[in-house]
Design a protein around this ligand. Structure first.
Ligand SMILES: [Zn+2]
Length: 340
């Protein structure tokens, strides 16, 4: 006998919004005597025989590593369902539960991103987003960085050099699908803008214009994350929560925080997406196509601020939707002080 379903327990949205539930373990490598199969999104695979599941959470689209070792391999036969949490004795309060959540939502983000992208971009996107490495429970890199934004133990982020998503050991962000989607979206944006990424500037004390390309990058990351989740709030329940469904005016924002500046763009995009006049299909198309447009001219990213982003949306409307929405775009971003 063999098992034919691999399941895992996750928080569908976040630990503060709803109970955990059992789901199929998607796109996971399963080793059979003669080959390696992957599960589908329901956690099922179509192969007879005794199967082994590597205790590592490694699959087609995500590869999660953790400093705490688990059993190296599990051979499982004689039961139609393999329950990941039960097999490893992992409950919701176990730190290893974060690994499972991260695996599930990174894989989900990958599948949803490919579906959300315009059809003619999907093959390229799939090539760019092969398996993304995920590291859970990072400690800070140096004591000197404790308390700063560079302290990895207190944060979650996309590591540009290593091309990994990292989750700090002192926060529970790996239990929040929106945080995972946001970091994954940074990975998408970096991979699409390939040669010259958006500059990322977070330390205080810079001139306003130095923060603006970072603000655009954060706005696109939030917009993509919320699009994939179909939910407008990133980092819910924490001090830094960003709600895209609340209109944010550019000149009302505290100086020097690119995340705060980003809301004037992302909340405008979200309003266009939610409106009957524009809608999700068109707004998502503009954002994806703007990213692919920037791939063609990476030199523009150094000085690509919020105004430039709004102008690009107007260009996308001209090119892709016959100028049907120019007045809606202007109205939404005038109200946010991003257009005069
Ligand atoms: Zn970010």
């Amino acid at each position: 006998m063999s098992f034919d379903t691999v399941s895992m327990e996750v928080y569908p949205l976040s630990e503060t919004r709803g109970d955990s539930k059992s789901v199929g373990c998607p796109h996971l490598y399963v080793t059979l005597p003669s080959s390696t199969e992957t599960t589908d999104f329901g956690g099922t695979y179509m192969a007879p025989g005794v199967a082994q599941v590597a205790a590592k959470l490694k699959g087609e689209f995500a590869d999660v590593s953790n400093r705490r070792p688990g059993p190296p391999r599990l051979e499982y036969a004689g039961h139609p369902t393999f329950d990941w949490n039960r097999a490893l004795g992992i409950t919701c309060s176990d730190n290893r539960f974060r690994d499972i959540n991260a695996y599930y939502h990174v894989t989900r983000a990958r599948v949803l991103a490919e579906r959300s992208a315009p059809p003619h971009r999907r093959a390229l996107l799939a090539r760019l987003l092969r398996d993304v490495k995920v590291v859970v429970d990072r400690d800070e890199i140096e004591p000197a960085l404790r308390g700063t934004w560079r302290d990895r133990s207190q944060n979650a982020w996309w590591d540009r050099e290593l091309e990994q998503i990292q989750f700090g050991s002192k926060v529970r962000y790996a239990l929040d699908s929106l945080v995972i989607f946001h970091e994954y979206a940074h990975g998408i944006i970096d991979k699409i803008t390939d040669e010259s990424h958006f500059p990322l500037v977070y330390e205080p004390g810079h001139q306003m214009e130095n923060y603006l390309p970072t603000a655009v990058c954060e706005a696109f990351a939030d917009y993509l994350a919320c699009t994939l989740a179909d939910w407008p709030i990133v980092l819910e329940g924490t001090r830094a929560a960003r709600n895209l469904s609340t209109p944010t005016i550019f000149n009302s924002i505290p100086v020097g925080d690119p995340h705060a500046y980003s809301l004037s763009l992302s909340s405008g995009l979200w309003e266009l997406r939610q409106s009957n006049l524009v809608g999700r299909e068109v707004a998502d198309l503009w954002v994806w196509e703007t990213l692919f447009e920037l791939r063609k001219s990476p030199h523009r990213l150094r000085s690509f601020g919020l105004h430039e982003a709004v102008n690009e949306l107007i260009q996308r409307d001209r090119q892709l939707t016959a100028r049907k929405h120019a007045s809606h775009i202007v109205n939404v971003f005038r109200a946010r002080a991003l257009l005069s």
